[in-house]
Ligand binder design. Sequence first.
Ligand code: SAH
Length: 253
Amino acid sequence: MQLFNWRKLLGSMTALGMLSFSSSGCAQDRVTADGEEEAEAIQLKYDRQNDQLVADLRGKGIVNEAVLKALRETPRHLFVPESIRDSSYEDNALPIGLKQTISQPYVVAYMTEVLQLAPGDRVLEVGTGSGYQAAILSKLVSKVYSIEILEPLAQRARLALDALSVDNVLIRVGDGYKGWPEQAPYDAIIVTAAPKEIPQALVNQLKEGGKMIVPVGKGDLQWLVLITRENGTTKEKQLIPVRFVPMVHGSEN
Ligand code: SAH
């Protein structure tokens, strides 16, 4: 399946330092043609692996077709460091540098499904990381606001999203504990790093009727908590045990 513009992607991958072509005279065309063929073969391989991953997620209980389609149409390998790219379609979290991780696809799908998103929604994400979760959200809602505390990760995520022509994700470098009040309130908030307690400033930026999903706790003792805001009050529901990197405070960096 042709999912996106190959020439544009190759150009962006080169900019990201993912590919390097030699640049001498007429050898260039041949090298570029070989490069394109090779890239297409790799893409076919990853397409098949992504089909299998999505089938596995169905087997693990993900039922929302729009969520499954978003995962199927998002090339996770573009959000993973080149050295471990062949593991991109295994259902595991993977290291992305600076002691951070790209979340496990099942957890990405589960958290996204739980939010019951609608196409017109505006969503806040805390913890951009690789940008993969933001890319999934971008296919399901109208606007994604994503905050990342580590600037190099925010920059790399931006490049990966640009390579896929994702234009409805805004990324800001900052401390997610404060949220993004200028754009509030949000239909949904997804937190992808674990605070020890539910950050009240984020709950306050949720719309009436909105939903927030957040992993709460420390170390191995974290649970995904779903918060819903109804009639001015909030309800909390503990869902499943998870393991996320800690959500740090601005001063800890
Ligand atoms: N959603 C990401 C996974 C994020 S890993 C993805 O799809 O790849 C958690 C991220 O949260 C890390 O990049 C970490 O730097 C970031 N983070 C931790 N504390 C934060 C804070 N207070 N504000 C914003 N980002 C934070």
